[in-house]
Design a protein around this ligand. Structure first.
Ligand SMILES: [Zn+2]
Length: 143
């Protein structure tokens, strides 16, 4: 009795709503993910790639930098973004500050004087807040 050839499987036969990702992968629309970078639906592999890219960015933003390295400049200004600067002796003490590129010096915003050892970018809660329904509040002297 002749043996049937194994036909190459048509992926479309096993899916309710076959979709093709930009990368060429086929997936069922139900198994797709919404891309964080566009409003497209993407496959699992592309979603994982997006995630690890975002983690790398987040890691970079969480790093501590030596004082000889300067934070990103504020666009069209001669000073840097505001960052958190740590005290050499008490690493739990930190103050907000920035680098003045015009005068080539660090500026701290509080009234404490201390030897600075390292700095880090401030965390940005935008992504976190997207999934929350927080209510705002006002501080003393708010106007
Ligand atoms: Zn893909």
């Amino acid at each position: 009795m002749p043996k049937r050839f194994d036909c190459e499987e048509d992926p479309n036969e096993f899916m309710d709503m076959p979709c093709q990702c930009d990368c060429g992968n086929w997936f069922d629309l139900n198994d797709g993910y919404s891309s964080q970078n566009s409003n497209k639906v993407i496959c699992k592999e592309c979603k994982d790639a997006e995630l690890s890219e975002r983690n790398d960015e987040a890691k970079e933003k969480q790093s501590f930098f030596k004082m000889q390295r300067f934070p990103d400049k504020v666009k069209n200004e001669e000073f840097s973004k505001t960052v958190l600067i740590f005290d050499e002796n008490d690493n739990e003490f930190a103050d907000l500050g920035f680098y003045d590129f015009e005068k080539s010096e660090w500026v701290v915003l509080g009234d404490m004087s201390f030897k600075m050892i390292c700095w880090c970018y401030l965390p940005n809660p935008s992504d976190f807040l997207k999934t929350k329904n927080y209510k705002s509040d006002t501080h003393r002297g708010y106007c």
